[in-house]
Design a protein around this ligand. Structure first.
Ligand SMILES: Nc1ncnc2c1ncn2[C@@H]1O[C@H](COP(=O)(O)OP(=O)(O)O)[C@@H](O)[C@H]1O
Ligand SMILES: [Mg+2]
Length: 227
């Protein structure tokens, strides 16, 4: 039987604004297994980012429970959650979220400096990941000197460099042209297979769905099978 990495149990999320309550996720339950390449599709505003932020331990549900690698983390202290994120989860976003004054290499190195003091090992790992994503000859460029696809490759190298169990990718191709989008999803799929890293990707692009090992559709606060 495949081992479960993340278990969502009856997760609900409601945003309270001055004017109204927005019920985004409603009693949603789901298991994500080690090594999955889970693609969550859904219309804009359907709650994909909300769900990914909860799966990625960036946000907490209004009710329900989250179990990560066998541990219920719903009520853990903020410091423990920060440590869990640093050790176990990498993030890739639509707008890359690179630090503009740092080179690609420095962007990848930066989070590693929080979890290790072994400068040589950090350098080797950062360089190895940048070569793996195809940026061996551009790793010392700042993001402004890289194309959108190259910036996303830096972000992917950064997300993978800490050997996470899980990578969260929130619409990683939405800022890219169609060909570049395909090459980025293919890269994520290859890394999923090579490293066994679990990937949860949100998209509203049906073309991206075919790369999924599991496809789900987010609709009216629930996850339903996508075909
Ligand atoms: N911080 C927030 N406060 C209030 N409403 C929010 C907040 N974040 C998201 N929403 C609302 O929740 C719904 C889902 O948003 P989101 O998760 O960003 O969807 P998606 O990523 O699928 O576009 C939308 O109606 C959005 O306006
Ligand atoms: Mg979103």
């Amino acid at each position: 039987m495949t081992k479960v990495l993340i278990e969502l149990k009856q997760v609900s999320k409601t945003y309270e604004t001055a004017a109204e309550q927005v019920h985004v996720l409603r009693d949603l339950s789901c298991n994500i297994c080690y090594g999955d390449f889970l693609v969550i599709a859904g219309a804009s505003g359907s709650g994909k980012s909300t769900l990914l932020n909860i799966i990625g331990c960036i946000d907490k549900p209004s009710s329900g429970n989250i179990v990560f690698a066998g541990k219920d983390i719903t009520a853990v202290r903020l410091e423990d959650l920060n440590l869990l994120r640093l050790k176990n989860i990498g993030y890739v976003f639509q707008s890359f979220n690179l630090i503009p004054v740092l080179s690609g290499y420095e962007n990848v190195e930066f989070p590693l400096l929080f979890s290790s003091s072994d400068k040589k090992a950090i350098r080797e790992k950062a360089e190895q990941m940048l070569v793996r994503v195809g940026l061996g000859n551009r790793m010392h460029y700042v993001p402004a000197r890289l194309s959108g696809g190259q910036r996303q490759r830096v972000a992917i190298a950064r997300a993978l460099a800490g050997n996470p169990l899980l990578v969260i990718a929130d619409e990683p191709t939405a800022s890219l042209d169609a060909d570049t989008a395909v090459s980025i999803v293919q890269l994520l799929k290859d890394l999923n297979e090579e490293y066994g890293v679990t990937i949860v990707l949100a998209t509203h692009d049906p073309l991206i769905m075919r790369y999924a090992s599991t496809k789900l559709f987010l609709k009216e606060g629930h996850l339903v099978d996508a075909h």
